[in-house]
Design a protein around this ligand. Structure first.
Ligand code: G16
Ligand code: MG
Length: 216
């Protein structure tokens, strides 16, 4: 029986993926190359340093650790400029309705984000209290596709992995949920999110009842 829903943040609750992309693109441009939207798909759900490593490899650059730390800080500064302007209007369509159904169904909720900025974003959009527990980038040692962010969420809620449904928009996040032994709802394109158990364009096209009946 399903007892908890675990939600990714970027691309599920809010569209901060676009801000990450803009900030990384700006960094790449300064380094003398470009990153495409397609390349960016592979960065979704991936930690800050792992993303930087992928980007540098893409541009054919090898840099010392101190230099990499500076670049990661620069990207985060640009990202925070964009995030600091967010308001509750940034919450994606269907999220409010879905969460009211979640509460009505008596399900527990966790946030499972590898972003160190997740608490700040939740604060900006007024959704801190929507989650029974918040697992963010400061609480984990391994980013997605490692399942840690979700297994930790389940642990904190006191439920087993097979009692959880994960909601994810990223390839790495879907893989993390599957490796954690959970039912995974992919939000986006079925061509991209092939490993997901169920795929919908976004939470706006789903009801809690539908998810519960399909994850049985
Ligand atoms: C998010 C984004 C990733 C980002 C990562 C780390 O993960 O999808 O693109 O690189 O967090 O974010 P930060 O640099 O803010 O710590 P998630 O798990 O919320 O999709
Ligand atoms: Mg995401």
């Amino acid at each position: 029986q399903i007892k908890a829903f675990l939600f990714d943040l970027d691309g599920v609750i809010v569209d901060t993926a676009i801000y990450h992309y803009q900030a990384w693109k700006r960094l790449a441009t300064e380094l003398g190359f470009d990153i495409s939207e397609e390349f960016n798909e592979g960065l979704k759900g991936v930690s800050r340093m792992d993303s930087l490593d992928l980007i540098l490899a893409h541009g054919g650059l090898t840099l010392p650790d101190e230099e990499k730390a500076k670049l990661a800080d620069q990207k985060n500064e640009w990202y925070l400029e964009l995030v600091s302007r967010m308001t509750p209007e940034a919450i994606l369509p269907g999220v409010a309705m879905f969460f009211s159904q979640v509460r009505q169904a008596g399900l527990k909720t966790a946030l499972g984000s590898v972003s160190k900025n997740a608490p700040l974003i939740l604060e900006r959009i007024g959704m801190t209290d929507a989650f029974d527990t918040i697992i963010d980038g400061t609480k984990i040692s391994k980013g997605k596709p490692d399942p840690e962010v979700f297994t930790k969420g389940a642990d904190e809620l006191g439920v087993r992995p097979d009692e959880c449904v994960v909601f994810e928009d990223a390839v790495a996040g879907v893989e993390a949920g599957k490796r954690g032994g959970m039912f995974v709802v992919g939000l986006g394109s079925p061509d991209v999110l092939r490993q997901a158990d169920l795929v919908a364009p976004s939470l706006a096209e789903l009801t809690v009842d539908e998810v519960l009946s399909k994850s049985k």
